[in-house]
Design a protein around this ligand. Structure first.
Ligand code: NAP
Length: 552
Protein backbone atom coordinates (compact mmCIF):
# COMPACT_ATOMS: atom_id res chain seq x y z
CA UNK A 1 0.00 0.00 0.00
CA UNK A 2 0.93 3.66 -0.26
CA UNK A 3 3.51 4.64 2.27
CA UNK A 4 4.04 8.03 3.86
CA UNK A 5 7.52 9.03 2.89
CA UNK A 6 9.16 12.38 3.07
CA UNK A 7 10.96 13.25 -0.16
CA UNK A 8 12.25 16.74 -0.68
CA UNK A 9 11.30 18.15 -4.07
CA UNK A 10 11.35 21.84 -5.06
CA UNK A 11 9.92 23.67 -2.06
CA UNK A 12 7.42 21.05 -1.03
CA UNK A 13 7.33 17.88 0.96
CA UNK A 14 5.84 14.80 -0.65
CA UNK A 15 2.70 13.31 0.82
CA UNK A 16 2.97 9.67 -0.08
CA UNK A 17 4.63 7.09 -2.19
CA UNK A 18 2.72 4.85 -4.62
CA UNK A 19 3.86 1.92 -6.59
CA UNK A 20 2.17 3.22 -9.73
CA UNK A 21 0.61 6.55 -10.56
CA UNK A 22 -1.74 6.57 -13.53
CA UNK A 23 -2.67 9.81 -15.29
CA UNK A 24 -6.17 9.93 -16.75
CA UNK A 25 -9.40 8.15 -15.77
CA UNK A 26 -10.55 7.18 -19.23
CA UNK A 27 -10.77 3.64 -20.51
CA UNK A 28 -6.97 3.31 -20.42
CA UNK A 29 -6.65 4.48 -16.80
CA UNK A 30 -9.52 2.31 -15.59
CA UNK A 31 -8.15 -0.74 -17.37
CA UNK A 32 -4.67 -0.05 -15.95
CA UNK A 33 -5.88 0.18 -12.35
CA UNK A 34 -7.78 -3.07 -12.76
CA UNK A 35 -4.73 -4.80 -14.20
CA UNK A 36 -2.54 -3.62 -11.32
CA UNK A 37 -5.12 -4.70 -8.76
CA UNK A 38 -5.32 -8.13 -10.36
CA UNK A 39 -1.56 -8.45 -9.96
CA UNK A 40 -1.60 -7.21 -6.37
CA UNK A 41 0.15 -3.98 -7.29
CA UNK A 42 -0.92 -0.76 -5.61
CA UNK A 43 -1.92 2.12 -7.90
CA UNK A 44 -3.68 5.46 -7.88
CA UNK A 45 -5.12 7.47 -10.75
CA UNK A 46 -5.33 11.25 -11.08
CA UNK A 47 -7.93 12.82 -13.31
CA UNK A 48 -8.38 16.48 -14.25
CA UNK A 49 -12.14 16.11 -14.77
CA UNK A 50 -14.82 15.90 -12.12
CA UNK A 51 -15.85 12.42 -13.26
CA UNK A 52 -14.63 9.14 -14.64
CA UNK A 53 -14.71 8.29 -18.34
CA UNK A 54 -12.07 10.36 -20.14
CA UNK A 55 -13.32 11.02 -23.67
CA UNK A 56 -16.76 9.84 -22.56
CA UNK A 57 -16.77 12.24 -19.65
CA UNK A 58 -15.64 15.34 -21.56
CA UNK A 59 -17.33 14.92 -24.95
CA UNK A 60 -20.93 15.15 -23.80
CA UNK A 61 -22.15 17.15 -26.81
CA UNK A 62 -25.55 16.19 -28.28
CA UNK A 63 -25.27 13.19 -30.58
CA UNK A 64 -21.90 11.97 -29.20
CA UNK A 65 -21.50 8.23 -29.69
CA UNK A 66 -18.75 5.77 -30.54
CA UNK A 67 -18.00 4.94 -34.16
CA UNK A 68 -17.18 1.38 -33.12
CA UNK A 69 -19.88 -1.16 -32.55
CA UNK A 70 -20.87 -1.59 -28.91
CA UNK A 71 -19.87 -5.24 -28.86
CA UNK A 72 -16.28 -4.37 -29.80
CA UNK A 73 -16.12 -1.05 -27.96
CA UNK A 74 -15.87 -2.73 -24.57
CA UNK A 75 -13.06 -3.76 -22.35
CA UNK A 76 -12.63 -7.47 -22.91
CA UNK A 77 -12.38 -8.30 -19.21
CA UNK A 78 -16.12 -7.75 -18.67
CA UNK A 79 -16.76 -11.47 -18.63
CA UNK A 80 -13.79 -12.10 -16.38
CA UNK A 81 -15.08 -9.63 -13.80
CA UNK A 82 -18.71 -10.62 -14.24
CA UNK A 83 -20.19 -7.34 -15.42
CA UNK A 84 -23.37 -8.13 -17.32
CA UNK A 85 -23.69 -4.82 -19.13
CA UNK A 86 -26.82 -4.38 -21.20
CA UNK A 87 -25.97 -2.70 -24.51
CA UNK A 88 -28.75 -0.75 -26.11
CA UNK A 89 -27.62 0.21 -29.60
CA UNK A 90 -25.22 -0.82 -32.35
CA UNK A 91 -23.16 2.37 -31.75
CA UNK A 92 -23.16 3.24 -28.03
CA UNK A 93 -23.99 6.81 -27.07
CA UNK A 94 -21.92 9.00 -24.75
CA UNK A 95 -24.34 8.75 -21.78
CA UNK A 96 -24.35 4.97 -22.17
CA UNK A 97 -20.55 4.76 -22.32
CA UNK A 98 -20.11 7.07 -19.34
CA UNK A 99 -22.58 4.97 -17.36
CA UNK A 100 -20.86 1.74 -18.40
CA UNK A 101 -17.39 2.93 -17.35
CA UNK A 102 -18.72 4.09 -14.00
CA UNK A 103 -20.45 0.78 -13.49
CA UNK A 104 -17.21 -1.08 -14.22
CA UNK A 105 -15.28 1.08 -11.74
CA UNK A 106 -17.86 0.46 -9.00
CA UNK A 107 -18.04 -3.22 -9.77
CA UNK A 108 -14.27 -3.46 -9.43
CA UNK A 109 -14.31 -1.51 -6.18
CA UNK A 110 -11.85 0.96 -7.64
CA UNK A 111 -13.69 4.22 -7.01
CA UNK A 112 -11.41 5.23 -4.14
CA UNK A 113 -8.33 4.76 -6.31
CA UNK A 114 -9.34 7.75 -8.46
CA UNK A 115 -8.49 11.28 -7.43
CA UNK A 116 -10.70 13.61 -9.47
CA UNK A 117 -10.44 17.34 -10.19
CA UNK A 118 -6.68 16.97 -10.04
CA UNK A 119 -4.38 17.61 -12.95
CA UNK A 120 -0.84 16.30 -12.98
CA UNK A 121 1.37 19.35 -13.53
CA UNK A 122 4.78 17.72 -13.57
CA UNK A 123 6.56 14.41 -13.27
CA UNK A 124 10.35 14.34 -12.91
CA UNK A 125 12.40 11.19 -12.81
CA UNK A 126 14.84 10.92 -9.92
CA UNK A 127 17.86 9.16 -11.36
CA UNK A 128 19.46 8.53 -8.02
CA UNK A 129 16.47 6.64 -6.59
CA UNK A 130 14.63 5.34 -9.67
CA UNK A 131 11.37 6.98 -8.68
CA UNK A 132 9.16 9.67 -10.17
CA UNK A 133 8.34 12.92 -8.33
CA UNK A 134 4.86 13.99 -9.33
CA UNK A 135 3.15 17.30 -8.58
CA UNK A 136 -0.55 18.02 -8.94
CA UNK A 137 -2.67 21.08 -9.61
CA UNK A 138 -3.79 20.85 -5.97
CA UNK A 139 -0.22 21.48 -4.86
CA UNK A 140 0.45 17.95 -3.66
CA UNK A 141 3.62 16.01 -4.33
CA UNK A 142 3.76 12.26 -4.67
CA UNK A 143 6.43 9.80 -5.57
CA UNK A 144 6.02 6.53 -7.43
CA UNK A 145 8.03 3.69 -8.87
CA UNK A 146 6.11 3.64 -12.15
CA UNK A 147 4.29 6.35 -14.02
CA UNK A 148 1.61 5.43 -16.56
CA UNK A 149 0.35 8.19 -18.84
CA UNK A 150 -3.14 7.18 -19.94
CA UNK A 151 -3.81 10.71 -21.10
CA UNK A 152 -5.73 9.82 -24.27
CA UNK A 153 -4.81 10.57 -27.87
CA UNK A 154 -7.67 13.03 -28.38
CA UNK A 155 -7.90 14.98 -25.15
CA UNK A 156 -6.48 18.44 -25.83
CA UNK A 157 -9.07 20.35 -27.86
CA UNK A 158 -7.88 23.11 -30.18
CA UNK A 159 -8.81 26.61 -29.08
CA UNK A 160 -11.00 28.52 -31.54
CA UNK A 161 -8.53 30.73 -33.41
CA UNK A 162 -11.04 33.31 -34.67
CA UNK A 163 -10.51 37.00 -34.19
CA UNK A 164 -13.30 38.78 -32.28
CA UNK A 165 -14.67 35.74 -30.44
CA UNK A 166 -14.37 37.58 -27.14
CA UNK A 167 -16.87 40.16 -28.41
CA UNK A 168 -19.55 37.65 -29.40
CA UNK A 169 -22.77 38.47 -27.54
CA UNK A 170 -24.20 34.96 -27.80
CA UNK A 171 -22.92 31.72 -26.26
CA UNK A 172 -20.22 29.54 -27.68
CA UNK A 173 -19.20 25.97 -26.88
CA UNK A 174 -16.29 23.67 -27.58
CA UNK A 175 -17.49 20.11 -28.07
CA UNK A 176 -14.76 18.52 -25.94
CA UNK A 177 -15.55 20.89 -23.05
CA UNK A 178 -19.31 20.55 -23.26
CA UNK A 179 -21.18 21.67 -20.12
CA UNK A 180 -23.06 19.31 -17.87
CA UNK A 181 -26.31 21.19 -18.20
CA UNK A 182 -28.51 20.81 -21.26
CA UNK A 183 -27.96 23.51 -23.87
CA UNK A 184 -31.26 24.76 -25.25
CA UNK A 185 -31.18 25.29 -29.02
CA UNK A 186 -34.92 25.88 -29.45
CA UNK A 187 -35.61 28.98 -31.50
CA UNK A 188 -31.87 29.72 -31.78
CA UNK A 189 -29.69 30.50 -34.79
CA UNK A 190 -26.75 28.16 -34.43
CA UNK A 191 -23.43 28.10 -36.30
CA UNK A 192 -21.05 25.17 -36.24
CA UNK A 193 -17.40 24.96 -37.26
CA UNK A 194 -15.92 21.56 -38.00
CA UNK A 195 -17.19 18.67 -40.07
CA UNK A 196 -15.00 15.86 -38.72
CA UNK A 197 -16.34 12.88 -36.76
CA UNK A 198 -17.58 15.24 -34.02
CA UNK A 199 -19.29 17.85 -36.19
CA UNK A 200 -20.92 15.18 -38.32
CA UNK A 201 -22.57 13.70 -35.22
CA UNK A 202 -23.81 17.07 -33.99
CA UNK A 203 -25.27 18.47 -37.20
CA UNK A 204 -28.32 16.17 -37.59
CA UNK A 205 -29.18 16.47 -33.89
CA UNK A 206 -28.93 20.27 -33.67
CA UNK A 207 -30.86 20.66 -36.94
CA UNK A 208 -33.97 19.25 -35.27
CA UNK A 209 -33.73 21.63 -32.34
CA UNK A 210 -32.48 24.91 -33.76
CA UNK A 211 -34.40 27.53 -35.67
CA UNK A 212 -31.54 27.82 -38.14
CA UNK A 213 -28.28 25.88 -38.43
CA UNK A 214 -25.35 27.17 -40.45
CA UNK A 215 -22.54 24.69 -41.05
CA UNK A 216 -19.20 26.35 -41.80
CA UNK A 217 -17.29 23.69 -43.71
CA UNK A 218 -13.60 23.91 -44.48
CA UNK A 219 -12.99 20.44 -45.96
CA UNK A 220 -15.72 17.93 -46.78
CA UNK A 221 -15.39 14.37 -45.48
CA UNK A 222 -16.47 11.01 -46.84
CA UNK A 223 -19.20 10.33 -44.29
CA UNK A 224 -20.06 6.64 -44.13
CA UNK A 225 -23.56 5.71 -42.96
CA UNK A 226 -23.64 4.32 -39.41
CA UNK A 227 -26.91 2.43 -39.78
CA UNK A 228 -27.39 2.46 -36.06
CA UNK A 229 -30.17 0.35 -34.54
CA UNK A 230 -31.58 -0.54 -31.15
CA UNK A 231 -30.93 -4.16 -30.12
CA UNK A 232 -33.76 -6.55 -29.59
CA UNK A 233 -33.35 -8.79 -26.55
CA UNK A 234 -32.49 -11.69 -28.81
CA UNK A 235 -29.77 -9.75 -30.61
CA UNK A 236 -28.27 -8.74 -27.30
CA UNK A 237 -28.34 -12.32 -26.04
CA UNK A 238 -26.69 -13.59 -29.24
CA UNK A 239 -23.88 -11.09 -28.88
CA UNK A 240 -23.29 -11.98 -25.25
CA UNK A 241 -23.15 -15.67 -26.05
CA UNK A 242 -20.48 -14.96 -28.64
CA UNK A 243 -18.41 -12.70 -26.37
CA UNK A 244 -15.33 -14.93 -26.42
CA UNK A 245 -15.53 -15.31 -30.20
CA UNK A 246 -15.75 -11.54 -30.61
CA UNK A 247 -12.77 -10.96 -28.32
CA UNK A 248 -10.74 -13.37 -30.45
CA UNK A 249 -11.86 -11.93 -33.78
CA UNK A 250 -11.06 -8.30 -32.88
CA UNK A 251 -7.45 -9.28 -32.21
CA UNK A 252 -7.24 -10.86 -35.64
CA UNK A 253 -8.73 -7.95 -37.60
CA UNK A 254 -6.40 -5.12 -38.71
CA UNK A 255 -8.63 -2.39 -37.29
CA UNK A 256 -9.52 -4.31 -34.12
CA UNK A 257 -13.16 -4.59 -35.17
CA UNK A 258 -15.49 -7.54 -35.63
CA UNK A 259 -15.37 -6.89 -39.34
CA UNK A 260 -14.98 -9.32 -42.24
CA UNK A 261 -12.43 -9.27 -45.03
CA UNK A 262 -12.52 -9.97 -48.74
CA UNK A 263 -10.17 -11.39 -51.36
CA UNK A 264 -11.91 -9.30 -54.00
CA UNK A 265 -9.60 -6.73 -55.59
CA UNK A 266 -10.20 -3.92 -58.02
CA UNK A 267 -8.28 -5.90 -60.63
CA UNK A 268 -10.01 -9.23 -60.13
CA UNK A 269 -13.65 -8.10 -60.16
CA UNK A 270 -15.02 -8.92 -63.54
CA UNK A 271 -16.95 -5.78 -64.45
CA UNK A 272 -18.19 -2.44 -63.23
CA UNK A 273 -21.50 -3.91 -62.16
CA UNK A 274 -19.79 -6.40 -59.83
CA UNK A 275 -17.62 -3.63 -58.37
CA UNK A 276 -20.65 -1.45 -57.69
CA UNK A 277 -22.41 -4.39 -56.04
CA UNK A 278 -19.42 -4.78 -53.72
CA UNK A 279 -19.42 -1.08 -52.83
CA UNK A 280 -23.18 -1.16 -52.39
CA UNK A 281 -22.82 -4.06 -49.96
CA UNK A 282 -20.31 -2.09 -47.87
CA UNK A 283 -22.48 1.04 -47.94
CA UNK A 284 -25.53 -0.91 -46.83
CA UNK A 285 -23.65 -2.69 -44.01
CA UNK A 286 -22.81 0.64 -42.39
CA UNK A 287 -19.80 1.61 -40.28
CA UNK A 288 -16.28 0.90 -41.43
CA UNK A 289 -17.33 -2.23 -43.33
CA UNK A 290 -17.19 -0.14 -46.51
CA UNK A 291 -13.42 0.04 -46.06
CA UNK A 292 -12.73 -3.61 -45.24
CA UNK A 293 -15.46 -5.76 -46.79
CA UNK A 294 -15.71 -4.38 -50.33
CA UNK A 295 -12.30 -4.64 -52.05
CA UNK A 296 -8.98 -5.27 -50.40
CA UNK A 297 -6.81 -2.89 -52.43
CA UNK A 298 -8.66 0.34 -51.64
CA UNK A 299 -5.68 1.68 -49.69
CA UNK A 300 -2.99 0.52 -52.08
CA UNK A 301 -4.39 0.98 -55.59
CA UNK A 302 -5.21 4.57 -56.55
CA UNK A 303 -7.67 3.53 -59.30
CA UNK A 304 -9.49 1.35 -56.80
CA UNK A 305 -9.53 4.14 -54.23
CA UNK A 306 -10.90 6.57 -56.81
CA UNK A 307 -13.67 4.12 -57.75
CA UNK A 308 -14.60 3.73 -54.06
CA UNK A 309 -14.48 7.52 -53.59
CA UNK A 310 -16.61 8.20 -56.67
CA UNK A 311 -19.18 5.67 -55.46
CA UNK A 312 -19.52 7.74 -52.28
CA UNK A 313 -19.74 11.01 -54.21
CA UNK A 314 -22.60 9.52 -56.24
CA UNK A 315 -24.37 8.64 -52.98
CA UNK A 316 -23.94 12.23 -51.78
CA UNK A 317 -25.39 13.54 -55.05
CA UNK A 318 -28.31 11.13 -54.72
CA UNK A 319 -29.01 12.00 -51.08
CA UNK A 320 -28.70 15.78 -51.20
CA UNK A 321 -31.38 17.45 -53.31
CA UNK A 322 -29.70 20.76 -54.06
CA UNK A 323 -26.91 20.03 -56.59
CA UNK A 324 -24.76 22.97 -55.44
CA UNK A 325 -24.90 21.83 -51.80
CA UNK A 326 -24.22 18.23 -52.84
CA UNK A 327 -21.16 19.33 -54.78
CA UNK A 328 -19.86 21.30 -51.76
CA UNK A 329 -20.17 18.12 -49.68
CA UNK A 330 -18.16 16.02 -52.16
CA UNK A 331 -14.51 15.39 -51.20
CA UNK A 332 -11.97 15.07 -54.00
CA UNK A 333 -9.05 13.49 -52.15
CA UNK A 334 -8.40 9.78 -51.71
CA UNK A 335 -10.77 8.07 -49.31
CA UNK A 336 -9.07 7.39 -45.92
CA UNK A 337 -6.66 10.32 -46.27
CA UNK A 338 -8.65 11.64 -43.33
CA UNK A 339 -10.38 9.39 -40.82
CA UNK A 340 -13.90 9.05 -42.29
CA UNK A 341 -16.68 9.94 -39.85
CA UNK A 342 -19.79 7.83 -39.42
CA UNK A 343 -23.01 9.71 -40.07
CA UNK A 344 -26.48 9.24 -38.76
CA UNK A 345 -28.58 10.96 -41.45
CA UNK A 346 -25.82 13.54 -41.99
CA UNK A 347 -26.25 14.15 -45.71
CA UNK A 348 -30.05 14.05 -45.45
CA UNK A 349 -29.90 16.92 -42.95
CA UNK A 350 -28.83 19.29 -45.72
CA UNK A 351 -32.26 18.84 -47.37
CA UNK A 352 -33.89 20.62 -44.45
CA UNK A 353 -35.05 24.19 -45.00
CA UNK A 354 -33.41 25.36 -41.75
CA UNK A 355 -29.90 24.09 -42.60
CA UNK A 356 -27.34 25.97 -44.68
CA UNK A 357 -23.86 24.88 -45.74
CA UNK A 358 -21.16 27.51 -46.20
CA UNK A 359 -17.86 26.67 -47.90
CA UNK A 360 -15.34 28.69 -45.89
CA UNK A 361 -12.50 27.73 -48.20
CA UNK A 362 -14.20 29.72 -50.94
CA UNK A 363 -15.63 32.29 -48.54
CA UNK A 364 -13.13 32.58 -45.67
CA UNK A 365 -14.12 33.75 -42.22
CA UNK A 366 -12.87 37.26 -41.52
CA UNK A 367 -13.90 37.50 -37.88
CA UNK A 368 -16.47 36.74 -35.23
CA UNK A 369 -18.56 39.85 -34.64
CA UNK A 370 -20.73 40.64 -31.60
CA UNK A 371 -23.68 39.29 -33.63
CA UNK A 372 -22.22 36.30 -35.39
CA UNK A 373 -19.76 35.37 -38.11
CA UNK A 374 -18.49 37.56 -40.91
CA UNK A 375 -17.05 35.90 -43.99
CA UNK A 376 -15.49 37.67 -46.95
CA UNK A 377 -18.89 37.67 -48.64
CA UNK A 378 -21.58 37.77 -45.93
CA UNK A 379 -22.53 38.26 -42.32
CA UNK A 380 -24.36 35.50 -40.41
CA UNK A 381 -26.38 36.49 -37.34
CA UNK A 382 -26.07 33.80 -34.69
CA UNK A 383 -27.15 33.13 -31.10
CA UNK A 384 -24.87 30.15 -30.50
CA UNK A 385 -21.56 29.04 -32.06
CA UNK A 386 -20.22 25.51 -31.67
CA UNK A 387 -16.57 24.66 -32.29
CA UNK A 388 -15.95 21.04 -33.26
CA UNK A 389 -12.52 21.85 -34.67
CA UNK A 390 -10.49 18.91 -33.41
CA UNK A 391 -7.58 18.17 -31.12
CA UNK A 392 -3.86 18.53 -30.69
CA UNK A 393 -3.81 14.77 -31.00
CA UNK A 394 -1.56 12.10 -29.50
CA UNK A 395 1.19 14.33 -28.11
CA UNK A 396 -0.95 17.36 -27.13
CA UNK A 397 -1.80 16.24 -23.61
CA UNK A 398 1.60 14.67 -22.92
CA UNK A 399 3.16 17.99 -23.97
CA UNK A 400 0.99 19.88 -21.51
CA UNK A 401 2.58 18.05 -18.56
CA UNK A 402 6.15 18.87 -17.56
CA UNK A 403 7.49 15.31 -17.82
CA UNK A 404 11.27 14.98 -17.49
CA UNK A 405 13.35 11.86 -17.85
CA UNK A 406 17.02 11.19 -17.19
CA UNK A 407 19.21 14.31 -16.91
CA UNK A 408 16.07 16.44 -16.70
CA UNK A 409 15.25 15.98 -20.38
CA UNK A 410 11.68 17.13 -21.19
CA UNK A 411 9.48 14.54 -22.91
CA UNK A 412 8.05 17.27 -25.12
CA UNK A 413 11.45 18.18 -26.57
CA UNK A 414 12.42 14.53 -26.80
CA UNK A 415 9.38 13.61 -28.91
CA UNK A 416 9.45 16.81 -30.94
CA UNK A 417 13.08 16.24 -31.91
CA UNK A 418 12.61 12.60 -32.78
CA UNK A 419 9.26 10.85 -32.58
CA UNK A 420 10.50 7.38 -31.74
CA UNK A 421 8.87 5.05 -29.21
CA UNK A 422 8.76 1.36 -28.46
CA UNK A 423 5.32 0.26 -29.72
CA UNK A 424 3.83 3.55 -28.45
CA UNK A 425 4.38 2.31 -24.89
CA UNK A 426 7.80 3.57 -23.80
CA UNK A 427 10.58 5.77 -25.10
CA UNK A 428 14.33 5.98 -24.56
CA UNK A 429 15.56 8.22 -21.74
CA UNK A 430 12.38 7.93 -19.67
CA UNK A 431 12.85 4.98 -17.32
CA UNK A 432 9.78 3.54 -15.59
CA UNK A 433 7.41 5.58 -17.77
CA UNK A 434 4.70 3.77 -19.71
CA UNK A 435 2.15 5.23 -22.09
CA UNK A 436 -1.26 3.79 -22.90
CA UNK A 437 -2.08 4.85 -26.49
CA UNK A 438 1.17 6.79 -26.77
CA UNK A 439 2.65 8.03 -30.05
CA UNK A 440 3.10 5.26 -32.66
CA UNK A 441 0.69 2.83 -31.08
CA UNK A 442 -1.52 0.97 -33.53
CA UNK A 443 -4.30 2.80 -35.40
CA UNK A 444 -7.39 0.79 -34.53
CA UNK A 445 -10.51 0.42 -32.45
CA UNK A 446 -8.93 1.72 -29.26
CA UNK A 447 -10.32 -0.54 -26.49
CA UNK A 448 -8.60 -3.48 -28.20
CA UNK A 449 -5.32 -1.56 -28.19
CA UNK A 450 -5.84 -0.55 -24.55
CA UNK A 451 -6.41 -4.17 -23.52
CA UNK A 452 -3.20 -5.26 -25.21
CA UNK A 453 -1.08 -2.35 -24.02
CA UNK A 454 -2.22 -2.46 -20.42
CA UNK A 455 -1.62 -6.18 -20.30
CA UNK A 456 1.91 -5.57 -21.66
CA UNK A 457 2.61 -2.92 -19.03
CA UNK A 458 1.17 -5.05 -16.21
CA UNK A 459 3.23 -8.06 -17.24
CA UNK A 460 6.35 -5.93 -17.46
CA UNK A 461 5.89 -4.45 -13.99
CA UNK A 462 5.21 -7.95 -12.64
CA UNK A 463 8.34 -9.21 -14.38
CA UNK A 464 10.39 -6.49 -12.67
CA UNK A 465 8.92 -7.27 -9.26
CA UNK A 466 9.67 -10.93 -9.82
CA UNK A 467 13.27 -10.27 -10.81
CA UNK A 468 13.87 -7.53 -8.24
CA UNK A 469 14.60 -4.85 -10.83
CA UNK A 470 13.75 -1.27 -10.04
CA UNK A 471 14.43 0.36 -13.37
CA UNK A 472 13.44 -0.32 -16.98
CA UNK A 473 15.10 1.58 -19.79
CA UNK A 474 14.19 1.49 -23.46
CA UNK A 475 17.08 1.08 -25.89
CA UNK A 476 17.14 3.67 -28.64
CA UNK A 477 17.93 0.86 -31.11
CA UNK A 478 14.41 -0.44 -30.48
CA UNK A 479 12.69 2.92 -30.77
CA UNK A 480 14.56 3.68 -34.01
CA UNK A 481 13.56 0.28 -35.39
CA UNK A 482 9.92 0.85 -34.44
CA UNK A 483 9.96 4.31 -35.98
CA UNK A 484 11.28 2.81 -39.21
CA UNK A 485 8.50 0.20 -39.19
CA UNK A 486 5.86 2.88 -38.49
CA UNK A 487 7.11 5.07 -41.34
CA UNK A 488 7.42 2.16 -43.75
CA UNK A 489 3.82 1.11 -43.15
CA UNK A 490 2.50 4.60 -43.70
CA UNK A 491 4.41 6.87 -46.04
CA UNK A 492 4.65 4.38 -48.86
CA UNK A 493 0.87 4.06 -49.11
CA UNK A 494 -1.98 6.19 -50.37
CA UNK A 495 -2.72 6.94 -46.72
CA UNK A 496 0.49 8.90 -46.23
CA UNK A 497 0.24 11.07 -49.33
CA UNK A 498 -3.43 11.84 -48.70
CA UNK A 499 -3.00 12.60 -45.00
CA UNK A 500 -0.19 15.05 -45.68
CA UNK A 501 -2.14 16.77 -48.45
CA UNK A 502 -5.32 17.16 -46.38
CA UNK A 503 -3.71 18.16 -43.07
CA UNK A 504 -5.13 15.12 -41.25
CA UNK A 505 -4.87 15.08 -37.46
CA UNK A 506 -3.19 11.66 -37.35
CA UNK A 507 -0.11 13.22 -38.97
CA UNK A 508 -0.34 16.41 -36.93
CA UNK A 509 -1.36 18.38 -40.02
CA UNK A 510 -4.27 20.09 -38.24
CA UNK A 511 -2.11 22.02 -35.75
CA UNK A 512 -0.10 24.97 -36.92
CA UNK A 513 3.62 24.45 -36.36
CA UNK A 514 3.26 20.79 -35.33
CA UNK A 515 5.75 18.53 -37.12
CA UNK A 516 3.97 16.47 -39.79
CA UNK A 517 4.80 12.85 -39.00
CA UNK A 518 3.01 9.58 -38.64
CA UNK A 519 1.79 9.44 -35.05
CA UNK A 520 0.28 5.93 -35.45
CA UNK A 521 1.33 2.50 -36.59
CA UNK A 522 -0.75 1.43 -39.58
CA UNK A 523 0.43 -2.18 -39.77
CA UNK A 524 -2.75 -3.51 -38.15
CA UNK A 525 -3.66 -5.04 -34.81
CA UNK A 526 -2.47 -8.65 -35.38
CA UNK A 527 1.03 -7.55 -36.44
CA UNK A 528 1.21 -5.03 -33.62
CA UNK A 529 0.24 -7.63 -31.02
CA UNK A 530 2.80 -10.00 -32.49
CA UNK A 531 5.57 -7.39 -32.07
CA UNK A 532 4.57 -6.68 -28.46
CA UNK A 533 4.35 -10.39 -27.59
CA UNK A 534 7.66 -11.19 -29.23
CA UNK A 535 9.38 -8.54 -27.13
CA UNK A 536 8.29 -10.23 -23.92
CA UNK A 537 8.71 -13.80 -25.14
CA UNK A 538 12.29 -13.12 -26.28
CA UNK A 539 13.19 -11.66 -22.89
CA UNK A 540 12.86 -7.93 -23.66
CA UNK A 541 15.81 -7.53 -26.06
CA UNK A 542 14.90 -3.87 -26.61
CA UNK A 543 15.09 -2.99 -22.91
CA UNK A 544 17.56 -3.03 -20.07
CA UNK A 545 16.59 -3.76 -16.48
CA UNK A 546 18.66 -2.84 -13.48
CA UNK A 547 18.16 -2.12 -9.81
CA UNK A 548 18.84 1.06 -7.95
CA UNK A 549 22.07 -0.08 -6.35
CA UNK A 550 23.56 -1.44 -9.56
CA UNK A 551 22.56 1.55 -11.65
CA UNK A 552 23.93 4.16 -9.30
P1 NAP B 1 -11.24 16.55 -36.73
O1 NAP B 1 -11.46 15.26 -37.40
O2 NAP B 1 -9.85 17.06 -36.64
O3 NAP B 1 -12.16 17.59 -37.44
C1 NAP B 1 -12.07 18.95 -37.15
C2 NAP B 1 -12.91 19.72 -38.12
O4 NAP B 1 -12.79 21.09 -37.82
C3 NAP B 1 -12.46 19.57 -39.56
O5 NAP B 1 -13.59 19.61 -40.38
C4 NAP B 1 -11.58 20.79 -39.76
O6 NAP B 1 -11.46 21.19 -41.10
C5 NAP B 1 -12.35 21.81 -38.96
N1 NAP B 1 -11.53 22.92 -38.51
C6 NAP B 1 -10.41 22.86 -37.76
N2 NAP B 1 -9.93 24.11 -37.55
C7 NAP B 1 -10.76 24.94 -38.19
C8 NAP B 1 -10.80 26.33 -38.36
N3 NAP B 1 -9.87 27.12 -37.81
N4 NAP B 1 -11.79 26.86 -39.10
C9 NAP B 1 -12.73 26.05 -39.64
N5 NAP B 1 -12.75 24.74 -39.53
C10 NAP B 1 -11.78 24.18 -38.81
O7 NAP B 1 -11.80 16.53 -35.23
P2 NAP B 1 -13.03 15.70 -34.63
O8 NAP B 1 -14.21 15.82 -35.51
O9 NAP B 1 -13.16 16.10 -33.23
O10 NAP B 1 -12.53 14.22 -34.70
C11 NAP B 1 -11.21 13.86 -34.32
C12 NAP B 1 -11.13 12.40 -34.09
O11 NAP B 1 -11.74 12.11 -32.84
C13 NAP B 1 -11.89 11.54 -35.08
O12 NAP B 1 -11.22 11.35 -36.29
C14 NAP B 1 -12.08 10.29 -34.28
O13 NAP B 1 -10.94 9.49 -34.29
C15 NAP B 1 -12.31 10.84 -32.89
N6 NAP B 1 -13.76 10.96 -32.69
C16 NAP B 1 -14.43 9.81 -32.62
C17 NAP B 1 -15.77 9.85 -32.49
C18 NAP B 1 -16.47 8.56 -32.47
O14 NAP B 1 -15.89 7.50 -32.41
N7 NAP B 1 -17.74 8.61 -32.51
C19 NAP B 1 -16.47 11.02 -32.41
C20 NAP B 1 -15.76 12.18 -32.47
C21 NAP B 1 -14.40 12.13 -32.61
P3 NAP B 1 -10.25 20.61 -42.00
O15 NAP B 1 -10.65 19.22 -42.33
O16 NAP B 1 -10.18 21.53 -43.14
O17 NAP B 1 -9.01 20.66 -41.15
Amino acid sequence: MASSESHQHANCVSMSHHNTIVIGAGMGGIRMLYDLKKRGIEGICFEAGAGIGGTWYWNRYPGARADSESWVYVLTFLEEIGVDYKWKERFPSQPELERYLNEVVDHLGLRNNFVLNTRIDSAHFDDSRNIWHVTTSQGQIYTCDFLVAATGPLSTPLKPPFRGLENFKGDYYQTALWPDQKVDFAGKRVGIFGTGATGVQLVPVIAHAAKKLTVFQRTPNYVLPGRNFVFSEDQERELKQDFKGIAKRVRAQPFGGDIGSTTRTFLNVKDKEALNQAFDYGWEQGGFRYIFETVNDMLTNMDCNEAASEFLRKKIRALVHDPATAEMLCPYYPLMSKRPPLGHFYYETFNRANVELVDIKKEPVVEITPNGVRTLAREFDLDIIIFAIGFDAVTGTLDSIDIRGTNGKPLKTHLETNLATAYGITTAGFPNLFMVLGPQTVWANLPVVIDNTVDWIGRTISHMRGSGHKRIETKSELTEKWKEEVDKQFWGTLLGQGARATGAWHVGGNVEGKPVRCYWYFGGVPTYIEYCEKEIESGYPGFTFSNAVEAH
